[in-house]
Design a protein around this ligand. Sequence first.
Ligand SMILES: Cc1ncc(COP(=O)(O)O)c(C=O)c1O
Length: 376
Amino acid sequence: MAGLVPAIHVFLSSTIASKTWMPATSAGMTVVQRPLPAAGRRQYASAMADQTEQPLPTAADVDTAAARLRGVALRTPLISSPVLDALTGGRVFLKAETLQRTGSFKFRGAYNKLSAIAPGERGGGVVAFSSGNHAQGVAAAAKLLAMPAVIVMPADAPRPKRDRTAELGAEVVLYDRAREDREAIARGLADERHAVLVPPYDDPLIIAGQGTAGREIVEDLAALGLKPDLVIVNASGGGLTAGVALAVKARVPSAQVVTAEPAGFDDHARSFASGRRERNDAITGTICDALMAQSPGRITFEINRALVGAGVSASDAEVGRAVAFAFRELKLVVEPGGAVGLAALVAGKIDVRGKVVVAVLSGGNVDPELFSRLVA
Ligand SMILES: Cc1ncc(COP(=O)(O)O)c(C=O)c1O
């Protein structure tokens, strides 16, 4: 097994002052300290803030993404459970993206984005920033397309997510979530290496790729003679929500799509209410490590405020109960950030009586220790 795991080179971005490469060891990883471009510091303006206007993706772009992903991404099942139906009074389906390649929906957007890069521009590889699932999606897509990948991850990202990203052949660069700007670090690395920056959500190709999950939801329900009344999507930057909303609303305009967010990180719900992109006060402090983006994306919010417009939230305790429910009743391993929509259903926060409801189980890459505590 050890032979399958490549050496992990972690660049500690917090050691900006260092002028030389200094190999060291930490918790089984090879740590290489190196200077990063000054742009890696938090005081620099967000690298995404000055992005030029991009055309909004459409449902047709989701169709194009589906063609690119055919035979590469898995078509994940829609799972139903009599227990869940009895509990909620609705006809509930769970889109099990926990079973997608790399354990989350993120592979969809990553592969769509990377495969659209012209072969002549692939040499410099890709750079991404992510708390874990986008990291693995990009690393897996890059590996399939034989492109080098560098991933900027928070130093407190769950260990399995860091390890799996490195095992997929990516270089992992750690940063301090509280002090540093991951977008600026990634931008600096991309410039340095002539690599393509792969944003986690605010990108038309990423959004279109994530939307293929929504397309499958509608198609698979149609095969059962059903249409969704409500689709609940776990949201961080809003890319999955935007893609799913584009695909679902184009086919079933009457369907409602809502975001699900951790309590205290409900920037989408608050932004829908105020009409502008609100920020979360906290940057850490939820078990949903995947859902801590500080505010909705610019492109994603353009789409979501038009097509979504409402959100629910769930506390860590409610999310923990949903993770345990999925394990006990459905035999599914779901990470906290992948279980917020399910949590809202299980906690009775949404009235779904008599409705056809889909909650996206968006990821399953949970830290084993946390998982065992939640299901105990
Ligand atoms: C498991 C999981 N669910 C949902 C999301 C939210 O995705 P988005 O940032 O596109 O809203 C993420 C993002 O990392 C995730 O990892």
